[in-house]
Design a protein around this ligand. Sequence first.
Ligand SMILES: Cc1cc2nc3c(=O)[nH]c(=O)nc-3n(C[C@H](O)[C@H](O)[C@H](O)COP(=O)(O)OP(=O)(O)OC[C@H]3O[C@@H](n4cnc5c(N)ncnc54)[C@H](O)[C@@H]3O)c2cc1C
Ligand code: SF4
Length: 548
Amino acid sequence: MADLPAREAMEFDVVIVGAGPAGLSAAIRLKQLNADLSVVVVEKGSEVGAHILSGAVVDPSGLDRLLPEWRNEDTPLRTQVADDRFYYLTQTGSLRLPNFMMPPLMSNHGNYVVSLGEVCRWLAQKAEALGVEIYPGFAAAEVLFEGDAVAGVATGDMGIGKSGEQKDSYTRGMELRAKYTLFAEGARGNLGKQLIARFHLAGGREPQKFGIGLKELWQVQPDKHRKGLVQHSFGWPLDSSTGGGSFLYHFDDNLVSVGFVVHLNYTNPYLSPFEEFQRFKTHPLVRDTFAGGKRLAYGARALTEGGFQSVPKLTFPGGALIGCDAGFMNVPRIKGTHNAMLSGQLAAEAVAAALVAGRAHDEIADYESGWRGSAIGKDLWRVRNAKPLWSQFGTVLGIGLGGLDMWCNTLGFSLFGTMRHGKPDSATLKPASACTPISYPKPDGTLTFDRLSSVFLSNTNHEEDQPPHLKVKDLELQKRSEHDVYAGPSARYCPAGVYEWVEEGGGAKFVINAQNCVHCKTCDIKDPNQNITWVPPEGGGGPNYPNM
Ligand SMILES: Cc1cc2nc3c(=O)[nH]c(=O)nc-3n(C[C@H](O)[C@H](O)[C@H](O)COP(=O)(O)OP(=O)(O)OC[C@H]3O[C@@H](n4cnc5c(N)ncnc54)[C@H](O)[C@@H]3O)c2cc1C
Ligand code: SF4
């Protein structure tokens, strides 16, 4: 390290890591409050939206607060929800739950079906028009400190070869120094994870819980399209002890977003979230939607599921966590965008006030003390037991009790208090010897697909000659435990086929096809020994989602 050239440094009032809904809302709010502030956003995707993957049915409350005039403009929120359906599936049948039985907070009335990537590109234009500098293609790779306070981030060096040597294209990263730094990396942020550990932000909280969400975007035949139809299901193909479910959103001109979420506290190492998603599409309730249609895009991303009791302390000297880096996703509603936008605004307001008072590099305590009493806290409080009830009682009883508890919370009380989540998702797998292998049907290439042809549709691209961005701490442990005890679940939970155990010369070799990685972060969450760490690769690498 000693012979590395010094990094150039630039000074800002506020640096924001991540151009998702949280980061962009924070940037816009800061400039609305004080046009003179210097605000910069770094984004690891090749362009804003390139790494954004969501459902998405968006509750507009976050946007209403940020840009109250948005309804008078031409925006990517074009499709209002027209029909809201919720089903329980068996292998061949389906039972629609009447809307009147659903707790009112579950209603999608007034929400919009969107591509969140497109919404982020629109928000980025709004931010730039206010004078925010946005740098896509730059990953924040390191947190900078002054004493014990966060003082900005450094972008990663570019042009380093596989074995760490500097190539001709070598360029040293930049230091982006700031009075306050907001971390908006989304679920399982790499820098967020380091900050949570360093400042003990998760102390006294329940462990964060996660799901993996897989999604395809389809163009369907016009007679199969029901613009504004929003359909969710639970049950088949998952067994009753595995949490998760599907979403199917019809929007714009003949577009359908179809996706499947598997809660990452599943126990059977033979389960493959990808194959469960493919199987789901064959159900009689949905398969006809895709007849004659064309699959346009594929991708996957982790989402946070811990909710109210898992939100870490949000602030530390010099900065804060916002959006899903903190974990504001409302699980039963499958909605996090509104809270990501609201948290960006709350943090921005606390930062702007601190700057006006001449402060820097201290804690913006108002944000931490205020969120529970804000719309975010109210949204998450009412659903806080839905996930633990599902985990403890299985799908049918758990969802029933969760529904009852949400009704009670609507009336201001709970039968269960505040339930705990228990173990982190890395600790829930059973040894393979205690589980039954699952045999999945072969893809037909029309409705169901294999992993590699799917990854192709994510337009994923990484510079091949660069240091590995999937760091395995102890390869021997990976073999002894992940392979020998758990039968190599990484080969099944990774939605991009990055991990393979290849039998070679009487032994098993762990092969990592890092260039396929779609940055979903599941390996960082689910590896049973927490032996795999995802770090940002060279900026611009990863998926290039068109409109996910
Ligand atoms: C399958 C699925 C379906 C969902 N459905 C819905 C839905 O229907 N409605 C809803 O409201 N919510 C939904 N959500 C949740 C919603 O997408 C999230 O709550 C929301 O995107 C969180 O916003 P964010 O800004 O915190 O993070 P993200 O949207 O994840 O954005 C983070 C950004 O930061 C960038 N980044 C990360 N690390 C770095 C780094 N080190 N350097 C530079 N850039 C970095 C990323 O590339 C990304 O662009 C869904 C999520 C998934 C996965
Ligand atoms: S390697 Fe990890 S982060 Fe990348 S796609 Fe696979 S599971 Fe997701």
